[in-house]
Structure formats: structure tokens, C-alpha cells
Design a protein around this ligand. Structure first.
Ligand SMILES: *Cc1c(COP(=O)(O)O)cnc(C)c1O
Length: 371
């Protein structure tokens, strides 16, 4: 028997969450963001659940080729654009739309030989200071692109630095709108946090922005709340799309004073039973998860005890007198009983975010696609 760990990708949950994205921005078209191998789910495995999207956004050219290889003929957007001039050949060959965020990318386009002009998304740096033209340089970049025979339609884009946080999107949105007011072209502004927190439900001027032509739905389609712990997936009506589960491979009876695992970071104060789970940091489970990080055993919530090691971790079986070797352990996602443990709770306990955990699912974990 193989080691009992496995991950599940839930097709119906992906489709449900995508529908939630549509509901948050009912007038917009929706990019399903599938960068980082569909946030660790696997592009090919997530595709069935996400094929109802209007396009796929990603940043690795090899991943764009994989989306085309799945037979997707609709829009594909390279979120970081081209990394070198010859990437434009692939854009021509595979009909990829691409972000233009710095001046050299315009030079490369000007030198590119193509029969079919390309669609580009001109990106503004509205305060995040990662990618994009500053507002005062934006119009000149637009004019340069407009003059190029290599360029077809120009769309306008920005990315908010704090859509999930207290600063919100009003200020960068005002910057974007002031600089682009009279420029033609479709707009793409919102990521998951902007859609959920400042979208259709929020109304007002930010709601209008989120209702722009294209929204970019990433983490929300993967069933993680962009603003946890302020809100959880139940609040946003999202469903887990990835389950990581394993089984107990041993149990131990601890006496007061007995400690668990490397470094003895947990010590029993009373007699207690613990279970040893076939899952460790080499599977992608966060080593920084502390005592009490939630876990489901046979669908019942309990907590981990002691340090996470490479291949194993330990769980408190006090709430589970019946549990033993072979009992199902859900590290995150949905248990066979239907009980849900949001990945965000595990991430929070390990001082990180759901994004990082799902992206870090290890290669050695076998993955199955289920409905
Ligand atoms: C990753 C990314 C997104 C999606 O962000 P989420 O927070 O996962 O929704 C949107 N836009 C850009 C430019 C990105 O890089």
C-alpha cells in the first residue's frame, strides 16, 4: 500500500467559486488566474472546474502553452508580460495577450515582426511599486503603443496593494481614474479581495471599478478568503477546492511529563492519547504550525501537538476515543464526513496565508481530481 497521504482537487467547488466571482462582478468578464500551476492545484487538474471562465491569466510562458494544449482557444493573459524579446514570438504563435509594464517591452514590440497585431494590457503602478508605469508616464506609454503597427487593442490595468486591508482601493483607484479618464480601452482592476470587499455588494465608486471589463479572480476560486481572519470562506460562500488528507499510522498513550516529537515542544500534563499522521513538511504541511493548529480526525476537530517533522506530525486524540490506525485525517479541505477545515485556519496558525500552503503542496503527494 502506498503511503496514505493524498490531495484532492474538487471540480465542483472550483465551478462554484467561479460562479461566486461572477456574482461579485456581474458585468465583468472573469479571468481565472492560474499562475503558480493554478495555485498548486495543477493547471490540467483545475481546468475542468474553471473552463467556464472568460480567460486564463498566468505569468509563465510554459504554463500558457499548457493552457493552449488543453484546447483552450479563448483569451490567455501573461500578467508579467514578456521577459525577453523572443517571448513575443510565442505570443504571436499562441495568440497570447500580454501585460506591458515597462518601456523596454514597448521597444521589443516595436522591433517585433508579426502579421497579426497583438493585444496588450498597459499596466499602471498605482502605488504598489512593483510593476507598471507611474501615473504621470502612463499616457506617453499609451501613445507609443498606439502608434505601433504591432499593437492591436490596448487595455488598461492596475493592481491594488491593499484591497484586502484597511487602506482599501479608493485612493489608488482615484489615481488610476484621473490618469486614464479619457483613454479608450477595456479596464482590468480587481483581484479577489477587491471583488469581494469592494465589488458589486459594496456599491459606490469602488463597486463601479470592480464592475470594470475584466476582473482577475485568483485565490477566491481556490476556496480561500483573501481577507482571513476578517472574513472566512463561509462568509464569502466559497468552498474548499483542495483537500490534503492522510491517515493515522500509529497511536501513543502519553503519561504526564511525556513530550512529543523533536525538541519536545509539547508535554502532556495529564494522561492522553495522540495519533501519528503520515504528513509532514516534505508534503507541504507548514513546519511552523504550532500546538493546537486545527486538524480533522474522522471529521472531528482536534489540534496538532509537538513539532511537525518531515514525514509525520502528531494530533491530540482526546476528543476521539474511537480513532486508531487508519483513521482519516484531514489537514485542510473537506473530510469524508463533509466537515470542512478551511486552509486559511491552518495557514493562520502557521503565520502565513492560504495562498502559500496551496502553492507549496509537495510533488510527492499524489493528487486526484474529484467532483
Ligand atoms: C495573482 C494576481 C491576481 C490574483 O490575485 P488574488 O489575490 O489571488 O485574487 C490578480 N492580478 C494580478 C496582477 C496578479 O498577479
Amino acid at each position: 500500500m502506498p503511503r496514505p497521504i493524498e490531495a484532492l482537487v474538487h471540480t465542483a467547488a472550483l465551478a462554484h467559486n467561479l460562479a461566486r466571482a461572477r456574482a461579485a462582478a456581474p458585468e465583468a468578464r472573469v479571468w481565472a488566474v492560474v499562475k503558480a500551476n493554478a495555485y498548486g492545484h495543477g493547471i490540467e487538474r483545475a481546468f475542468e472546474g474553471l473552463r467556464g471562465a472568460d480567460g486564463f491569466a498566468l505569468l509563465d510562458l510554459a504554463e500558457a502553452e499548457r493552457v493552449r494544449a488543453l484546447g483552450w482557444r479563448g483569451p490567455v493573459l501573461l500578467l508579467e508580460g514578456c521577459f525577453e524579446p523572443r517571448d513575443l514570438e510565442l505570443c504571436s504563435r499562441l495568440n497570447l495577450w500580454h501585460v506591458v509594464h515597462h518601456a523596454a517591452q514597448i521597444d521589443w514590440l516595436a522591433a517585433h515582426k508579426t502579421k497579426a497585431p497583438q493585444r496588450v494590457f498597459l499596466k499602471m503602478n498605482s502605488g504598489m511599486n512593483r510593476l507598471g508605469f507611474r501615473p504621470e508616464a502612463f499616457r506617453a506609454a499609451y501613445a507609443r503603443l498606439q502608434a505601433l503597427p504591432q499593437v492591436d487593442e490596448i487595455s488598461l490595468m492596475t493592481h491594488f496593494a491593499d484591497a484586502d486591508g484597511p487602506r482599501g482601493i479608493a485612493q489608488p483607484l482615484a489615481v488610476f481614474e484621473a490618469a486614464t479618464q479619457d483613454l479608450p480601452g477595456e479596464r482590468s482592476l480587481a483581484n479577489s479581495a477587491a471583488m469581494l470587499r469592494h465589488g458589486a455588494a459594496a456599491g459606490g465608486p469602488t463597486g463601479a471599478a470592480v464592475r470594470s471589463d475584466w476582473v482577475r479572480a485568483g485565490i477566491l476560486v481556490y476556496g480561500s478568503a483573501p481577507d482571513f481572519p476578517a472574513h472566512d470562506i463561509a462568509h464569502w460562500d466559497l468552498r474548499p477546492t483542495m483537500t490534503l488528507r492522510s491517515r493515522l499510522i500509529a497511536t501513543q498513550a502519553l503519561q504526564p511529563g511525556d513530550s512529543v516529537g523533536y525538541g519536545g515542544r509539547f508535554t502532556a500534563e495529564v494522561p492522553m492519547r495522540i495519533g501519528i499522521v503520515a504528513c509532514g513538511y516534505a508534503d507541504g504541511y507548514p513546519r511552523h504550525a504550532g500546538n493546537g493548529t486545527p486538524v480533522l480526525v474522522d471529521g472531528v476537530r482536534t489540534g496538532i501537538v509537538g513539532r511537525v517533522s518531515m514525514d509525520m506530525l502528531a494530533v491530540d486524540l482526546e476528543p476521539l476515543p474511537q480513532a486508531g490506525v487508519g483513521s482519516e485525517v484531514t489537514l485542510w479541505g473537506r473530510s469524508s464526513t463533509g466537515a470542512v477545515l478551511p486552509i486559511d485556519e491552518v495557514a493562520h496558525a502557521a503565520a502565513t496565508i492560504g495562498y502559500e500552503l496551496m502553492c507549496a503542496l509537495a510533488q510527492r503527494v499524489p493528487v486526484r481530481v474529484v467532483d
